[in-house]
Design a protein around this ligand. Sequence first.
Ligand code: 13P
Length: 278
Amino acid sequence: MPLVSGHDVIRECTDRGLVAGAFNTTNIETTMGIIDAVERVGVPTFIQVAPTNVALSGYEYIFDMVARRLAETAVPVALHLDHGKSLDAVESALAADFTSIMIDASEESFEENVATSARAREMCGSAIALEAELGSIGGKEDDVAPEYASTTDPAQVADFVTAVGCDMLAVSVGNVHGYAPNARIDFDLLERVRAASAVPLVIHGGSGLPEEQLGRLAAFGVVKVNVASDLRNAMIRSFGEAYAANPNENSLIRVSLDAVSAIAEVVERRIRVLNPSV
Ligand code: 13P
């Protein structure tokens, strides 16, 4: 089917009590691996790309690649801009027909975050789902780390969501990008955030969190969990192992197909951990 709006993924997951995985792509192997796994489990999903990862191809290539592969797929999938740190990034992703957008102005002051995120809301209109971030998630993504990390203040949540009109809220409640050994969800804080607003919540940093914690998130109004490092590691490890096994290996297609399988395994496992009933 054609790409669906982020609204459709949120709605179907909410109706079915599911959490959507949001898997970062960079290239064709990652895209194929993600969608192979999504077809096996049948859970609505976000495929996403951050501006740091369009350097190779551009937004249009990512759209074409994802949409072409999804044409054969019956599971609803939205194409999402991850960590749009500027309105220019939002504009580029919208121009390439992305169906879901994240504006990340979480390092700015509360007032500036509201103003920038509200502007992104206007740009998206009502058809495109918008995720905004309150509290700045720590850790590194592609060597990019926030200058300072901060947790989400539950007292600011309702005002922020009302002022921005976002459809999803990314929160900083102990989750960290990458493999930080101390990454743990503070469920008391998450519960207070949940109580402050009915907005669907997003947890970033899915790769480094214990599986036991991931399986509990649906009960806290979480609708989307981002996973990137696990997929990147799976691909790099697969190529590395192929080279280590045979430095004269010259079948790039065999090595690429093995990487697709490795990525699909990781994605399937993450979706099942997030949704123990599936
Ligand atoms: P991980 O790399 O820790 O999975 O985090 C991904 C993420 O949150 C992308 O926005």
